[in-house]
Design a protein around this ligand. Structure first.
Ligand SMILES: *Cc1c(COP(=O)(O)O)cnc(C)c1O
Length: 395
C-alpha cells in the first residue's frame, strides 16, 4: 500500500504546509483519520461543507446523477444545471448565472464581465477595478492581482494592469481612488482570509451609493460568506443593498467543486455567445449535488441553526475573552464565520487544537478562524470551547 505522507511529500508540489494527519472519512461535523481517530471539523473542509461532511441528500443526488450522466458539453442542455440556476436566481438579486468550477474562476468571470461592461459603455476607456487591502479573491493571475495582499504577489510580477487598492471600510479613500478609467469596485462583504474583518455600519451602503453616483459596477465576492455561512443565504442581505455582480463557490456543490458568477439582466447582456466558456462548469454531478444542497439550505432550519448557534458560539467566545484578556484581543464575525484575534502564534494554537482532536484554522498570523458546518450543535461548540480552554489554561 502507498505510504500516504511519504509519497505526498515526495511527489506532490510542496505548496501546502500539511498537518500530519491522513483523513479518510467524514460525517456531519466529524472526520476520522486512517488510525480511526475522530476530529471535530470546525473548518468545514475549508468553508465548503456547510451541511457537514457527506450530507445524505447530497450524496444520494450525486450518486444517482453519476449513474445517469457524468459529463456533457455546454453545447447541450441538462436538467440539473437548469434546476440549480432556478433555485439560486429565485433567491437572489440576480437574473442570470454562469457556472464554473471554483472561486477563482467565478471571480475571473466577474472581472472579465466588469471590464467588458466598462469598455462597452465608455468607448473602451474604462477598465480599472478597485479592490481592497487584505482582500482575497483567488490565485489565477487576474484574481491574484485583485487580491490586495503583497505576500501573495511576491515573485509573480508583472501582475495584470488595471487594478488599484484601497483600505476596507474607508469610503473616503475609495471615493478618492475612483477616476475616469474606473469600471468597478470589488470586495468581500466580510473579509474572510484577510482576518475576518467586518464592514462597519453603513459602509456597504455608502459603497453602493458611490458606485451608483459614478456609474461603477459593484462586485461582491461571496465565495466564502455566501450560501448560508452568515445565517442568511447571502451576506449582502445584511447590508440591505445588492451588488451588480456576485460570485459563489466553496459551498455550492455540497463538497464537490463548483463556482458561479451572477448578475442582473442588463449587466449579464454584456456577455454574448463566445464571450466566456468552460469545459467542466455546470457539470451535471456537481449541479445535482448543488440542487440537493440548496434545497436543504432553503427548506430546512439550517439558516436558523446557523444564526442561533452563531450567537451561542459568540457568547461562549466572549466569556472566553473575559477569562483570558491577556491572550484574546477581539471576537468578530457573523453567523458561523467567526474570528478570534489573539496575541499568540496562530499556527501553534491550531496545532495544539489538532492534537486534541479539533480542526480550526488561522489567518493574518494571530486570528483563529472558526467555520463549523452550519448544522453544528451546542455539544460541538461546547467541545470546541473545552479544547480551547485546556490549551489557553496551559499557556
Ligand atoms: C476561497 C476563496 C476564493 C478562491 O476560491 P478557489 O475555489 O480556491 O479558487 C476566492 N474568494 C474568496 C473570498 C475565498 O474565500
Amino acid at each position: 500500500m502507498v505510504n500516504v505522507v511519504e509519497t505526498t511529500d515526495e511527489s506532490i508540489f510542496q505548496t501546502y504546509k500539511r498537518y500530519p494527519v491522513v483523513l479518510v472519512r467524514g460525517k456531519g461535523c466529524l472526520v476520522w483519520d486512517d488510525k480511526g481517530r475522530e476530529y471535530l471539523d470546525f473548518l468545514a473542509g475549508i468553508a465548503v461543507c456547510n451541511l457537514g461532511h457527506c450530507h445524505p441528500a447530497v450524496v444520494q443526488a450525486a450518486k444517482e446523477q453519476c449513474d445517469k450522466l457524468m459529463h456533457v458539453s455546454n453545447y447541450f442542455y441538462t436538467e440539473p444545471q437548469a434546476a440549480l440556476s432556478e433555485l439560486i436566481i429565485k433567491n437572489s438579486f440576480a437574473d442570470r448565472i454562469f457556472f464554473c468550477n471554483s472561486g477563482a474562476e467565478a471571480n475571473e468571470a466577474a472581472l472579465k464581465l466588469a471590464r467588458k461592461y466598462g469598455q462597452d459603455h465608455s468607448d473602451g476607456k474604462k477598465y480599472e477595478i478597485i479592490t481592497m487591502n487584505y482582500s482575497f479573491h483567488g490565485r489565477t493571475f487576474a484574481t491574484l492581482t485583485a487580491t490586495g495582499q503583497d505576500k501573495f504577489h511576491h515573485g509573480f510580477g508583472p501582475l495584470l494592469p488595471g487594478f488599484k487598492y484601497v483600505p476596507f471600510n474607508d469610503i473616503k479613500a475609495l471615493r478618492a481612488a475612483v477616476s475616469d478609467i474606473t469600471c468597478a469596485v470589488m470586495l468581500e462583504p466580510i473579509q474572510a482570509e484577510g482576518g475576518v474583518n467586518m464592514p462597519v455600519k453603513g459602509y456597504l451602503k455608502s459603497v453602493r451609493e458611490l458606485c451608483d453616483e459614478k456609474g461603477l459596477l459593484l462586485i461582491y465576492d461571496e465565495v466564502q460568506v455566501g450560501l448560508g455561512r452568515t445565517g442568511k443565504l447571502f451576506a449582502y442581505e445584511y447590508a440591505g443593498v445588492a451588488p451588480d455582480i456576485m460570485t459563489l463557490a466553496k459551498a455550492i456543490g455540497g463538497g464537490l467543486p463548483g463556482g458561479a458568477m451572477l448578475a442582473g439582466k442588463t449587466v449579464a447582456e454584456t456577455f454574448t455567445t463566445g464571450s466566456h466558456a468552460t469545459t467542466f462548469g455546470g457539470n451535471p454531478v456537481v449541479m445535482a449535488a448543488g440542487v440537493a444542497t440548496m434545497k436543504v439550505l432553503l427548506e430546512g432550519s439550517v439558516l436558523e441553526n446557523c444564526r442561533t448557534m452563531g450567537a451561542y458560539f459568540m457568547e461562549q467566545l466572549e466569556k472566553f475573552k473575559a477569562k483570558y484578556p491577556q491572550f484574546v484581543k477581539e471576537i468578530r464575525g457573523a453567523g458561523l464565520i467567526i474570528g478570534m484575534e489573539t496575541t499568540l502564534d496562530g499556527r501553534d494554537i491550531v496545532s495544539r487544537c489538532l492534537e486534541k482532536g479539533l480542526i480550526i484554522n488561522f489567518t493574518r498570523d494571530t486570528v483563529l478562524r472558526f467555520l463549523p458546518p452550519l448544522i453544528v450543535e451546542k455539544q460541538h461548540i461546547d467541545r470546541c470551547m473545552q479544547v480551547l480552554d485546556e490549551i489557553f489554561a496551559a499557556l
